[in-house]
Ligand binder design. Structure first.
Ligand SMILES: *[C@@H]1O[C@H](CO)[C@@H](O)[C@H](O)[C@H]1NC(C)=O
Ligand SMILES: *[C@@H]1O[C@H](CO)[C@@H](O)[C@H](O)[C@H]1NC(C)=O
Length: 725
């Protein structure tokens, strides 16, 4: 038997596997340390500074005065620029301020100081879904959950284009009486019940990102929606009757950590129920220096479900961001829809691809193919070599290639075919070049380039267009850009959590931004899937108002689909079998998530003991200061490869579950007891799972699952084990 170095998953279950030793943590005012660069400079930076909270029930002005007492002056020397940028009261006990490193040194000496770290810039994660998720108007779960009626979904993003029909409030009642939000520069209605900015200016959306994500989470029904005739039909968010509260924290160029915390702060104060954050930090950021992680911890401790994106740094391992266990972290997959176009080669072979410009008439005459092997990305092309030809190039992210492609078409090329790099595989992430440009998978690129370079490259080519095809297979497949596990910071927590549509998604868009034309646009990225899960969480909250964020997360994870609709494995971007590091627990299944049978519930104390084991006392103080105003003690007990977990019966009162373990032979999993008999609703049962392993040399990473199976429910959790090499 080979030793396991590391038992990685049972995602919700194994929170504390990697702790070196059992330890005690407490949050106390004595914990104080500033993180400073050794190279002191006199330049101003934005620091997020944690301090002890002012006396309980302090008013907003008292917070501000307390925070200002840490600062050397109200304004930056020789200017009218205020030092204090944000004064937090809910998410955080602390503030954001402009300080030099020397000044920070002085701040750190004041009584009440806890910790400081520089605010960092985070990225927005962009680059026919309700039906694909089994939601149909007038049926079952969607109408049972009132289409999200009464839930307020907060969105941290680039702002919102309030006049869009997706944010019309027909059929939507006023927000609940306890809602405290408001709109600052636009008129609120029953759909858009909050629109605020923490970065100055108005709450409008100069980028389009926030409008798109808001509509995906909770856009109202809009009939006759399409993108230039593509994806035509009724557009709706996942929770079309829910209320939206936009908290503008990002400009088109990115989002400052200090502003994100300010957005979370306001969202908590106003009373959102779900918080959707399509923003990604840097993989490997420790939780105690990650603004989203810290702010979200407080939000979760107040019962708010926080959903965030895995990031767009895939398909490389360890690229996932937003990896604390209290976040619901979402990976992106494809949907069963294609904006199909075909290339007919001279040798009769057909190559299928996609394009967002379907307006072009099928070319009636064939054109020669041209593949500039020495300039594969189509850089520095001249008019003479491309005119009248179909030019084949390797596809890059639009930002790097947009100009080259437009130039080639202006020079008089008959069309272009862009093929994926090997690492992007089958993920065709569409850009609209407003001309005959077709995008194809990596494998088709090989066929095309061989053909173009062959002697018989009398190679000719004809395009035909099919508009929108549905029922495309295989779907879902994990998108290449979707960030992958394992979790950098806490390998014992499986990330991402769940797979959701995030490739070529139709959503609302403001008119005339740099990125598109509205009223609808098609976008890709883990940004576009995050709000899908926010919408699902809102629906579950309606049906189960008393469930904690952890219980709702558990319900979404344990009921997700491990296979596609025809029972085949969910594939990755190369059409190989996907693993838990690609897709988390599986593909979201909203209707089943509403009725999970059992949930793995976790309280804030469970998270606290996890933080303690990972980051020690200082880390816990930083993250949990706001949630545990004074002192809390948590104790960790565990043996490395056996974990105990507790499930709560949320299904029929009398039910019996049997453990079903599905792992490769090299892994041995023992579940004790292997039968759980419940007599009451709400009853809790604890079991232990121990994992050991054979044959370590041949399997570095082993995956499988543990399911609790009753007559009506399957409660499945992935198991991932990484072995000594
Ligand atoms: C797209 O191209 C057509 C003609 O080819 C033109 O009329 C239209 O204005 C273009 N749209 C954009 C957004 O550039
Ligand atoms: C399911 O997956 C298998 C292979 O993994 C694939 O052949 C099949 O087409 C997929 N079905 C759907 C509906 O995508």
């Amino acid at each position: 038997m080979a030793p396991l170095t590391n038992l990685l998953a049972l995602p919700l279950l194994l929170l504390a596997t990697l702790c070196p030793t059992p330890s005690m943590c407490y949050v106390s005012p004595a914990v104080a340390r500033a993180q400073q660069d050794s190279t002191k400079t006199s330049t101003y930076r934005t620091y997020i500074v944690l301090v002890e909270p002012p006396p309980l029930n302090a008013k907003e002005e008292a917070y501000r005065r307390w925070y200002q007492s840490f600062l050397p002056s109200l304004h930056i020397a020789d200017s009218v620029e205020p030092r204090l940028l944000h004064s937090y009261s809910e998410a955080f006990s602390g503030f954001a301020a402009r300080l030099t490193d020397d000044e920070l040194g002085a701040v750190a000496k004041k009584p009440g100081f806890v910790r400081a770290f520089p605010s960092r810039t985070l990225q927005l994660t962009t680059m026919r879904t309700p039906e694909f998720l089994g939601l149909r108007e007038g049926t079952g779960f969607w109408s049972d959950a009132g289409y999200g009626k009464g839930v307020i979904v907060g969105v941290l993003d680039t702002g919102i284009y309030a006049a869009h029909p997706s944010f019309d409030d027909h059929g939507i009642p006023p927000p609940p009486a306890k809602w405290k939000g408001s709109c600052k520069t636009v008129r609120c209605n029953n759909k858009l019940t909050g629109a605020k900015t923490v970065i100055g200016g108005d709450s409008g959306d100069p980028d389009g990102h926030g409008t798109h994500t808001s509509s995906t989470a909770a856009g109202n029904f809009v009939t006759g929606a399409s993108y230039n005739g593509l994806a035509a039909g009724t557009a709706a968010g996942i929770s079309p009757s829910a209320h939206i509260a936009m908290h503008k924290v990002c400009s088109p160029s990115g989002c400052e950590g200090a502003d994100i915390v300010a957005g979370i702060d306001v969202a908590i104060k106003d009373g959102v129920v779900v918080l959707s954050i399509s923003i990604s930090g840097n993989p490997g950021d420790h939780f105690d220096q990650d603004a989203v992680a810290i702010g979200a911890f407080t939000a979760v401790s107040k019962g708010i479900i926080v959903v965030s994106s895995a990031g767009n740094r895939g398909p490389f391992p360890r690229s996932v961001a937003n990896d604390p266990p209290w976040l619901l972290t979402v990976a992106a997959g494809s949907v069963d829809r294609s904006f199909y176009a075909e290339v007919l080669l001279g040798n009769g072979r057909r190559i299928g691809g996609e394009t967002l410009t379907q307006v072009g008439k099928p070319s009636s005459k064939p054109y020669p193919l041209f593949y500039p092997a020495d300039r594969r990305f189509c850089e520095n092309m001249d008019s003479a070599s491309v005119v009248g030809k179909v030019v084949i190039c390797v596809s890059l992210a639009a930002a790097f290639q947009d100009v080259n492609i437009r130039c080639i078409m202006v020079y008089g090329a008959a069309g272009m075919v862009l093929f994926n790099t090997k690492s992007r595989g089958y993920t065709v992430d569409l850009m609209d070049y407003n001309s005959s440009v077709i995008q194809v998978a990596a494998a088709d690129g090989v066929v095309l380039t061989d053909h173009a370079m062959s002697a018989a490259s009398s190679a000719i080519d004809i395009f035909t267009y099919s508009n929108t095809l549905l029922g495309v297979r295989p779907a879902p497949a994990v998108a290449s850009f979707s960030s992958r596990g394992p979790n950098h910071v806490a390998p014992g927590v499986l990330k991402p959590d769940i797979l959701v549509p995030g490739l070529n998604i139709l959503g609302a868009f403001p008119p005339n931004t740099d990125n598109g034309m509205g009223p609808f646009s098609i976008m890709s990225g883990t940004s576009t899937e995050t709000p899908h899960v926010s919408g699902v969480a809102a629906l579950i909250k309606i049906l189960h108002p008393d469930w904690s964020p952890a219980a709702i997360k558990s319900a979404i994870l344990t009921t997700s689909d491990a296979v596609n609709r025809t029972g085949g494995p969910i594939l990755n971007e190369k059409y190989g079998k996907s693993g838990a590091y690609d897709r988390g627990a599986g593909h979201v299944n909203p209707a089943r998530a509403a009725d999970p049978g059992l949930v793995y519930d976790l309280g804030i104390t469970d998270y606290a003991s996890f933080i303690c084991s990972l980051l020690g006392q200082d880390g816990l103080a930083t993250i949990a200061m706001r949630s545990y105003p004074r002192t809390i003690t948590v104790r960790l007990t565990k043996s490395p490869f056996t974990v105990k977990r507790t499930v709560t019966n949320v299904g029929p009162a009398a039910s019996t579950y049997k453990a079903k373990v599905d792992v490769p032979n090299s892994l041995r999993v023992r579940v004790s007891p292997d039968t759980l008999v419940f007599c009451r609703a709400g009853e809790k049962k604890t079991f232990s799972v121990s994992v050991s392993c054979h044959d370590a040399a041949r399997h570095k990473l082993v995956g499988g699952s543990l399911s609790w199976v009753s007559e009506e429910h399957v409660v499945r959790s992935p198991i991932v084990a990484s072995l000594a090499s």
